[in-house]
Ligand binder design. Sequence first.
Ligand SMILES: Cc1cc2nc3c(=O)[nH]c(=O)nc-3n(C[C@H](O)[C@H](O)[C@H](O)COP(=O)(O)O)c2cc1C
Length: 418
Amino acid sequence: MADVTGDIFSPSRLGDLLMRNRVIKTATFEGMCPDGMVSDALIEHHRRMAAGGVAMTTVAYCSVSLEGRTYGHQMLMGPDLLPGLRRLSDAVHQEGATVAIQLGHCGHFASRDVIGQEPIAPSRVFNLYGLSYSRPMTTGDMDRVAGDFARAASMAREAGVDAVELHYGHGYLLSQFLSPFTNRRKDEHGGSLENRLRFPLSVLRRVRGAVGPSYPVLVKMNLSDGFRRGLQLLEAVQVARALEEAGATALVPSGGFVSKTPLYMMRGAVPTWEMVRVQRGWFRKVGLTLFGRLFVQRYPFSELFFLREAREIRRAVALPLVLIGGVCSRASMDRAMAEGFDFVAMGRALIHDSSFLHRVRRGETERSGCDQCNRCIAEMDAGGVRCPCADEARDQGEGHTRSIEKEDAAPAKPSTTM
Ligand SMILES: Cc1cc2nc3c(=O)[nH]c(=O)nc-3n(C[C@H](O)[C@H](O)[C@H](O)COP(=O)(O)O)c2cc1C
């Protein structure tokens, strides 16, 4: 475990990396990589997060290969990316923070239009997003993809990125292997949990081998897929133990499956109309308008919504754990520390106000003004992730956010927007 002092603002360590506190800006896909490259907007986004006082900011969803992308505006690891990534790392370091990059492969929900071939996956699955079937991976595919992860991690390190976060959750490729719902294989990679873990663990070992023993490798994993036939908590605890043994530096327990339970991982309002607005093509617009409410279930928001399940992981492993999911107040950060977590990660609270942490530290606010309207999700595909509420408040001259000031701080209520 990292040194736990009970203070969110105390220095911390991940592997050989020293950091100024215990708050991480989590991966939230930015939608700021035209043609897969780093843009000035992406650099400024992460520089602002760093200037807001976090210990680490996470660049989101960088695909380890062309076939692992859902969109053309998703970052793609390769030699051409490195100069931009280097500029981004430098900008973050100048603000006193560190930077991680989330590495992933989206498996069966890759877009056929973007990758120009059949998506690959553990098993043949219909992909609702790309309206195509996936091709079951061969052992040769597995070897190649594990190599892509290892190569991507080495390149990130070469570009000055301080840590990698491997995406093992949310229904992405490695999560598709872990989930009994998407992994229907009959060979040594399917069936028992031991078999379903075989390929994901080989990826982690290859990455560890490529970056050396003390470079921080975080793993974002699912506590549960959020539906009956998916991965459940009992198995997730064993996954956590196996990841610890295979060389993960820290775990980020999350949950949900983007292709089945997309809002399980964040909770709150369903921004259907905003999503319809940013769809490309009338077919998708009409489809989402008619059927969106059937596919996108509602999950009421509550503060620290993964705490109860994450405690089970805390009991099972000794390595540093990052508590994520509805961390939006000083009280929830302190609670995470008191419960034995080493870090907290925040997404929407920092999209809403990148200076939230500074303001907490200065005693100016105790709670984020983010009301989990989730309109930020639609913005990823409409020019770049941002909080429309904060921008509207700014335009109306209401100061820079709607953060709730200290004397008004009240417990979070479930969102009533939807
Ligand atoms: C706009 C947006 C984009 C996201 N993109 C990603 C992503 O690329 N990778 C990922 O692992 N999680 C992604 N997430 C989920 C967050 O990392 C996080 O798990 C979730 O929002 C819960 O944290 P929060 O309550 O602090 O927002 C995204 C969330 C939002 C709101």
